[in-house]
Design a binder for this molecule. Sequence first.
Ligand code: TXA
Ligand code: MG
Length: 339
Amino acid sequence: TKRWYANDFQQDKQEAIQSAAELLKAGETVAFPTETVYGLGADATNKAAINKIFQAKGRPQDNPLIVHVATPQQLKELVTSIPNYVDKLLEAFTPGPITFVLPSNGRCAENVTAGLDSVGVRLPGHPIALKLLQEAAVPVAAPSANLSGKPSPTSADHVWADLNGRIAGLLDGGTTGVGLESTVLDCTQAIPIILRPGGITKEQLEEVVGTVMIDPGLANDKEQRPKSPGMKYRHYSPDAPLWLVEGSSEKLQQVIDAEMKKGHRVGVMAASKTVTAIEADFKIDLGANMETVAATLYDALRMFNEHDVDLILCEAFSEQGIGQAVMNRLKKAASDYIK
Ligand code: TXA
Ligand code: MG
């Protein structure tokens, strides 16, 4: 795997991006930073190239990929029709962390959409991603650049740890910003439906288009099947079991104490205020506000694997704003939820 350093201080940043774009055009896989998480890209019109993504990640074939483009015009070239509200959302939030699921016109390779008649398209807001897409001049399919089942990568080192030797290239642009994946929005109906909460919140969407629904399949009741194939998998799992704990820091401390008494080594992750109020074997401070919690969450999940804990406890957060995406990922990672 060829690794280029493409941060702003690098003289040869443009050449690095150009070389990465050449690899993409030649049908190879390249990991690159976006404003959400690192993506593992390949030419979306090249079936053999797309197959390499599924192989490198060990990704189930029935899980469709998001296609990344540089301009709204390129998005329009991949779909049969666009509702008016999508034009408003494009104007308000792109380039940025939102994916539009629209009726596909079949231009992408069939393994990109996993046989669905819709395609997810997004215009990423990261300068390196945008430059790469412009240079490659093809739509680039890119799932998160992690091994399937691991937390999504928010740094080039995360990508390297998972995929070194399995992909052709990695553009290292430092850590990503948002830290959680894009909001996936089903735009094939009269009213948009959130299939995966993410970087753009429900509240933000509603300000622009009024009513927005949430896929009932996202609720944890296991009755309904999520409409987004990727949401049915248990994800993001650290090696040790993770329990979500709702309530005060005193209550969290009681759970910690009970587990430590059993001889378990207990790791805790929580917002700054809670972290300073509790005692445990190993603590990770996720930050003082929800934006920081979102940005540090995946790195924290990976960090526990290196600290040999028997159990991870995480405080439950309010499902407001970006908290909705944070809790969605935590619930998928958790094996228990103590209320
Ligand atoms: O922020 C992101 O979206 C990152 C960066 C790299 O862009 N990408 C990402 O891709 O998270 P991935 O493959 O890890 O997640 C894509 C999600 C999956 O849950 C998939 O099932 C869903 O989007 N998806 C893709 N196309 C879809 C479609 N046509 N209909 C419904 N869901 C779709
Ligand atoms: Mg993923």
